[in-house]
Design a protein around this ligand. Structure first.
Ligand SMILES: [Zn+2]
Ligand SMILES: [Zn+2]
Length: 123
């Protein structure tokens, strides 16, 4: 009888490598589902086209005119006077983006985000 007391160390290393690769692959494939990129609103400052796109650092390329002048638009509604207004985020170091917005009508900072639910989400 041939007893294999010593297991082949290469086989064990190979097995570990396969497991590591499999786990890594699983994490990579699962991550995008767990953290989907948010779809946000943009408006082109060149041609005024409005569109929705995956969140990217503005300004982004406009699908209508091709100019890289589309900026992010965030809609707010004032809780006090119900006035709806928009803010445009032109770049990440835009000071506007850091400041808390205020209602242009009554000056209140009690604001709600107006969520524009995309039509394709209704599925
Ligand atoms: Zn445009
Ligand atoms: Zn207001």
């Amino acid at each position: 009888m041939v007893e294999q007391k010593k297991q082949n160390p290469l086989a064990i290393i190979g097995l570990i490598l396969i497991i590591v690769v499999c786990v890594g692959f699983m994490i990579k494939t699962l991550m995008p589902k767990k953290y989907p990129r948010s779809i946000v609103n943009y408006v082109c400052e060149n041609c005024d086209a409005r569109f929705r796109a995956e969140y990217q650092t503005p300004p982004i390329k406009c699908p209508e005119c091709g100019e890289k002048k589309a900026v992010r638009v965030i809609k707010y509604q004032c809780e006090k006077c119900k006035h709806i207004f928009e803010r445009r985020i032109r770049s990440m170091d835009d000071k506007m983006a850091m400041e808390m917005p205020k209602c242009p009508k009554c000056g209140s900072d009690m604001l709600m985000h107006v969520r524009e639910v995309p039509a394709e989400k209704a599925k």
